[in-house]
Unconditional design. Structure first.
Ligand SMILES: [Zn+2]
Ligand SMILES: [Zn+2]
Length: 263
């Protein structure tokens, strides 16, 4: 029911379940490794597992997502303990609430940007991080008016963040992944993305592709700073990102973002 496997070039073929595609990578002379990407729709959120030499996970979903995660990991044949790192894209509850439970299940370390990590470490996310409509987005304004009263009381169980990500980001080589964490503020001030060397960008809510947030893939309707969103997306373009894996919705080509930015 949950896991979908894919990579950037396979995007037009989505959404066949259990599509097996592999990204060839060169490690030294003549040694090829493959990275696998699994999309795990855990309720409202899409989390991801990336497996290469090591295994990492992107985002930790809303509350009570552990049974769904266990089922998804079983489907993709991944033992929970193999996950070495959970990268949390930002401090909103739909991305962090199951972090403590996921950490208990997997033993993974948690990585967050230093400007958002207090949301998880203290649980006091709503003092600083209530979602803001993107300036100029009427639907974003309307959506936040409707959603925020429900959202505001979401409780996050505090959990230690072992890896505090700075503005320079973080290479993921130590976790067996050919790629890096990139600082991509805009949706929140401490938002981060993971960009693989092969072009896949896991962006959290820096881009959206799910109803009722958006009717089609594009820029976020919720953002603290729209100029920062555009700069961050430009940063991903400069890193040769080819496919966007959003925190809500199916993957889509970076070309869509390029067009939305008018590039
Ligand atoms: Zn968010
Ligand atoms: Zn979200």
């Amino acid at each position: 029911m949950v896991a979908q496997r894919g990579k950037s070039n396979s995007y037009p073929l989505y959404p066949p379940k259990n599509l097996i595609s592999q990204v060839p990578k060169l490690y030294g002379i003549g040694v090829f490794m493959t990275a696998e990407i699994f999309r795990l729709p855990l309720g409202w959120n899409d989390c991801y597992v990336i497996r290469e030499k090591g295994t990492i996970m992107i985002d930790a979903g809303g509350k009570n997502k552990t049974p769904a995660l266990k089922k998804a990991l079983k489907e993709i044949g991944a033992e929970p303990e193999t996950i070495g790192l959970i990268v949390i894209t930002h401090g909103h509850p739909d991305h962090v609430t199951s972090a403590k439970a996921f950490k208990k299940l997997t033993g993974a370390k948690i990585a967050m940007h230093h400007l958002d990590k207090h949301c998880l470490e203290t649980g006091e996310w709503n003092k600083t991080h209530l979602p803001k409509p993107a300036k100029g987005s009427i639907w974003g304004w309307f959506f936040s008016k409707i959603a925020n009263p429900f959202f505001a009381n979401e409780e996050i169980t505090p959990c230690e963040v072992e890896v505090s990500v700075g503005d320079d980001g973080l290479p993921l080589k130590d976790y067996g992944i050919s790629g890096r964490i990139v600082y991509t503020p805009g949706h929140t001030k401490g938002s981060i993305s993971v960009v693989l060397d092969s072009g896949e960008a896991f962006v959290g809510d820096l881009a959206m592709n799910k109803f009722p947030l958006r009717l089609s893939a594009g820029l976020p309707i919720l953002a603290e700073d729209v100029a920062a969103v555009r700069e961050s997306l430009d940063r991903l373009l400069a890193l040769n990102a080819t496919t966007v894996y959003p925190g809500h919705g199916k993957p889509f080509p970076m070309k869509t973002i390029k067009e939305a930015l008018g590039r």
